[in-house]
Design a protein around this ligand. Sequence first.
Ligand code: WTA
Length: 646
Amino acid sequence: MSQEAIYPPPAAFAAQANVPSLEAYQALCAKAAEHPEEFWGELAQKELHWFAPYKNVFEWNPPFVKWFTGGKTNIAYNCLDRHLATNGGKVAFHWEGEPGDTRTITYAELHRLVCRFANVLKSRGLNTGDRAIIYMPMVPEAAVAMLACARLGITHSVVFGGFSAEALRARIQDLGAQAVITADGGWRRKKEVRLKDAVDESLAGCETIHTVIVHRRTGSNIHMQAGRDFYWADLEAALDPATANDCPAVELDSEHPLYVLYTSGTTGKPKGILHTTAGYNLFLHMTMKWVFDLKPSDVYWCSADIGWVTGHSYIVYGPLSAGATSIMYEGTLDTPDFGRWWSIVERYKASILYTSPTAIRALIRQGEQWPEKYNLTSLRLLGSVGEPINPAAWEWYHRVIGGSRCPIVDTWWQTETGGILIAPMPGAVALKPGSGTFPMPGVLPEVVDLSGKPVPAGAEGYLVLRRPWPAMLRTIWGDPKRYEEQYWSRVPGVYFTGDAARRDAGGYLWVLGRVDDVMNVSGHRLSTMEVESALVKHPAVAEAAVVGKPHEITGQAVCCFVTLKQGAHDHEALGKELRQWVAHEIGSFARPEEIRFTEGLPKTRSGKIMRRLLREIVTTNSVSGDVTTLEDLSVVSKLAAQQEDD
Ligand code: WTA
């Protein structure tokens, strides 16, 4: 079986690795577990710049934690200023736009851009403690906006450009933001994604926003509201030239709120995950070295979008803190053709590629002729994130992209964890395709039952974490009670990940997928409840139940069961309309694959929709197990029968 395949670190890789052996990895883990204060304290002093030293390494008042209390630092300073003396001329980003336009930005240039934009923010009266929404395409200005906020201590919330105006408004309101930083649009598959239009729609009725700053990307016609909307370039041009490039990083508390990133939970309302400054910074900095084995000469490419946590941690804050040269790409993997990524790897001589299983599966389908046309020998390490990687995709990635020479780091983590928690250190750990292998130092995962008792090796259970780590979320924005309930009360005393996992006899961890009502579509988190709430807003819909359906490429696809209100309906037309409706309410990435109309939904006696049954219907076309609590069994058999007719 392919699960038994094992890939020891190639000798040449181990010889040069930051963590070169299993013993070295184990020594790090032992120290972090036994003396966490010493372990993290020493790293913090060595790896970060401090304006004022911290007093305590951490303060743990379960479930609330603080790291490096009393210290003063600034993540933008750590990402930029401290590199200037030795590495100002080093490339921070090789940027590639979708239409093929390019920019190369050095650390010195990025520093200058960030200082100028921070001054722009100040010129609009924004300052430490304020909140700003960033709704941008994958252009360097997105990173500049994040870093400028961080420099001033303005808490940012990046909203993925694929989210709709509705979703954007909900986030603006929850955050109580004062400003939106956006662009006229971005490019996706040669079409413009009109971001400013969505901002306009979202701001109707939003009182808190006094400033919208618009970066010109596509140059298309947009509406600008006088007194509220300003072009980035105009505000920059209005700065005093004598001081425009000058903007010292604000000396912020270690626990200053760096950003809030909204993610899907088990209810319809997205959760604002709060990350703070110093602990987050240190943890990302370290995982760049541990997991990506980062060296000064690397050219690193993370293909995520900055709208998701992977982009925050592993395009912006992690790589820049560690002084990496990165590639940033605006477009998709199939535009203009399926060779696009490989041409980028060849051109910039990328040495590390970090992407998702969904992307790999989409590439596999197009065949090996695309990567074969390009020289990929610069690659030395590959990464995977976002969902479990099936061994067949792993093997293809390893052989075709990695030339059978590059280790693959399968990295398990979450928006909430801030950084990678389970992944191999590639010079130290033998790989098993599909397993994230072992935890980072100081991270103590366990596979348990609901009472918190570890399950035996090989058995499936809930993945939980026993100890706080530096990049752990601090709370849910404005809702500490929900934070406590969601993460710390399902299994007493430990962090509940929401994932199922198993630990094999060799101690390897295998993360199997969500145990809650969260779907994973192309590595994007989406709650079934969010889609259901969107559907029932439609005038024709009476009830909706949504489940994830296994999908060959995207991992899962959104499948909706819908009952309609009285009246005649053209199902085909309505099906199309509802798919479009969901895309408009949430965002195009949430567009359902399937809408299935039914006369009733299977429910328990207490009226809860039995999603398990629906999942089974879409997965296996049949129903089994205990259905005695069903209110109306005929509904289930009808649904199952309907599937067979399709
Ligand atoms: C899933 C993305 C298996 C998991 C960084 C988790 C994974 C959710 C992996 C978080 C992996 C992420 N193997 N499953 N390597 N990486 N997941 O918040 O279910 O968008 O709980 O963070 O993705 O998704 P999120």
